[in-house]
Design a protein around this ligand. Structure first.
Ligand code: G6P
Length: 610
């Protein structure tokens, strides 16, 4: 997803921008560019492809202390130099970078006078021309940006410079993430914290429809109407080291190994002695939660799979009906919501636009549902929208494909299920204590799974050349199968379909032929024997079986060609253990295929377009 960085200060800005763009790489991008303010003009350079392509062509950059940079993930217009940001106006004196989508850009472009010449297919460029018109009418850059954004529909984070106003960056947001930062001598703006962490720890979170004027050593925030606002200041206490690879070959491997800690941190001091769940922020009363008669969980990608696990846990422990929705579908299907509905938004970033809009829809005056958000980024847009927040304390996740935040989400959702059970009296306190103890032991069980790393990797390497995989699971093993298939697709580009084991016979079994690889999640649980029957059905048609099975389960091992052993835990907590085997299985295949596991093609870490 597009990333923005900008800096106005006393020092040469080019290295600061390039470092910031490097820190934004994990969001996924297909071109990059920078614009430097040089007194009377704006110097711009853009390149499709990786950041190295841009770095190779900035040797002749002029000395400048103010500039903006961008990594672009194509939406309107392919990944070419002319579509890369920054975009300039006709005079070349205004440069704009943008993340998001300007939905009415065609109407805005049609309203531009005939003198304007557009040079890209992007929705963004129209902004530069609108600003140009405002400046021509005598406005300052800040006034021009405020006036233009009042006419824009859609979601955006933008930053702009004007050659005529040295030492100034004007930035704003609606729906897409943007933060500002400050030191004694410089002002900064970026899509997220790592991009400016090398410069400052003093960060300001901006709200929708706020405009920030960034100058050396100062920030001024206003509304679109120009009213002054005092932004919320936050000191960042994690450092850049935490976002580095820490000795591992890639972020993905590092983050897989951080999973026990991510789960332990998420569970730490969560349950108060009286049994209440400690949420990071809440305006919900216990009575309101007790009155909840239905739960919806919404999320995208890996977060959606964590939501599926929650359905099993909440329905079983708290005896509440739970519906799970892919966030992008939720608000378009007329779900029945009211103040007794709890909507749980699950998101690593807290910024995915689909989930964000699903959350907003749930809370809208028409629906009035209660909103609880589980996310990993403090003060994210979703966290600020929510009635209650439970942060997964997994630390920054850099690899585009989620791993440690997924396990932390499962831990958080299991806690929520137990808390709802306690409120509703569906379990005896002793039962809850026993379950909480088991949950607390989960990090150790995950460690034990990680001890099998070599076996998982070796198994993966056996299937490097396989094109099609089937992943099967039953009960709570089905979300594990879905997540295992998604990981494999994301990072190795193999085709992988996931099905509930019992569903294969209703159609997909037609695709099974000798040599088809079937990965079966077959750990012990209520449906274990049924899963074994499903494995038999696949074997009978010549499939090669890779089974995720409990350590020492010889009965299951006897049905499989390859075993991925995992330690046992409570069935409803087992997804947090079993998925580890599939993450490393996928990792090994992707690495053996020479894929860039941290930044897979076409993917973005945080998708802030619909
Ligand atoms: C993108 C990423 C996925 C991620 C999904 C949801 O599509 O590529 O890895 O699972 O967004 O992100 P979120 O931040 O909302 O969990």
């Amino acid at each position: 997803m597009c990333g923005i960085v900008g800096c106005a200060g006393p020092e040469p800005v080019l290295p600061i921008l390039l470092e910031g763009l490097t820190r934004l790489e994990y969001r996924g991008y297909d071109s990059a560019g920078i614009a430097l303010q040089t007194g009377s003009a704006v110097w711009r350079r853009r390149r499709p492809g990786k950041l190295a392509e841009l770095v190779a062509v900035v040797d002749d950059a002029p000395e400048a202390t103010t500039g903006i940079g961008h990594t672009r993930w194509a939406t309107h217009g392919g990944p070419s130099e002319s579509n890369a940001h920054p975009h300039t106006d006709c005079t070349g004196r205004v440069a704009v970078v943008h993340n998001g989508i300007i939905e009415n850009y065609l109407a805005l472009a049609a309203g531009l006078g005939p003198s304007h010449e557009r040079t890209s297919q992007t929705d963004t460029e129209v902004l530069a021309h609108l600003v140009e018109d405002e400046l021509a009418g005598g406005s300052s850059l800040a006034d021009a940006v405020r006036a233009c954004l009042a006419r824009v529909e859609g979601s955006f984070a933008i930053a702009a410079v004007n050659a005529g106003e040295p030492g100034l960056i004007v930035a704003a947001r609606r729906g897409s993430p943007l933060i500002a930062g400050r030191t004694e001598t410089s002002g900064l703006v970026a899509s997220d914290i790592p991009a400016i962490l090398g410069q400052t720890r003093e960060v300001y979170v901006l709200d929708d429809d706020q405009v920030v004027e960034v100058r050396p050593g100062s920030l001024r925030v206003t509304t679109l109407a120009g009213e002054e606002v005092t932004p919320v200041r936050r000191r960042v206490d994690w450092d850049l080291e935490a976002a580095e690879k820490g000795g591992y070959e890639d972020f993905m491997l590092k983050e897989i190994h951080e999973q026990p800690q991510a789960v332990a941190e998420t569970l730490r001091e969560r349950l108060l002695p009286d049994g209440r769940l400690h949420l990071d922020a809440t305006t919900l009363t216990e009575d309101q939660l007790r009155a909840v008669d239905k739960v919806f969980v919404v999320g995208c990608g890996t977060s959606y799979h964590a939501g599926l696990v929650a359905k099993y846990a909440i329905e079983h422990f708290a005896r509440l009906p739970v519906e799970i929705d892919v966030a992008s579908e939720f608000r378009y299907r007329d779900p029945v919501l009211d103040p007794n509905t709890l909507v749980v938004g699950v998101s690593q970033s807290g910024e995915s636009l689909d989930t964000m809009e699903a959350c907003r829809f749930a809370k809208s005056p028409t629906n009035k549902a209660r909103l609880l958000v589980i996310c990993n980024v403090v003060d994210s847009s979703m966290a600020r929208e929510a009635d209650a927040v439970l942060y997964t304390r997994a630390g920054p996740e850099v690899c585009v494909a989620s791993t440690k935040t997924h396990l932390a989400q499962i831990a958080g959702l299991e806690l929520l299920a137990l808390y709802l059970a306690q409120l509703r009296g569906t379990l005896y306190p002793l039962e809850i204590h026993a379950l909480v103890d088991t949950l607390r032991g989960l990090p150790t069980v995950i460690e034990r799974a990680l001890a099998h790393e070599d076996e998982y990797m070796e198994a993966g390497r056996r299937f490097v050349d396989v094109r099609d995989f089937f992943f099967l699971g039953r009960g709570v093993g089905f979300p594990v199968a879905l997540e295992g298939a998604l990981k494999l697709k994301e990072i190795s580009y193999a085709r992988a379909e996931a099905y509930p084991g019992g569903e294969m016979k209703h159609g997909p079994i037609a695709l099974i032929e000798p040599g088809t690889v079937v990965v079966a999640v077959a750990t012990r649980g209520r449906l274990h024997s049924k899963m074994l029957s499903n494995i038999q059905e696949m074997r009978a048609r010549g499939a090669t079986i890779v089974a995720v099975a409990n350590e020492g389960d010889d009965e299951t091992a006897a049905q499989a060609d390859v075993v991925l052993p995992v330690p046992a835990t409570h069935e409803l907590f087992s997804p947090a253990v079993d998925v580890v085997a599939l993450q490393l299985f996928a990792y090994a295949i992707a690495k053996a295929r020479g894929c860039d596991v941290d930044q897979p093609r076409n993917l973005a870490k945080t998708v802030t377009v619909e």
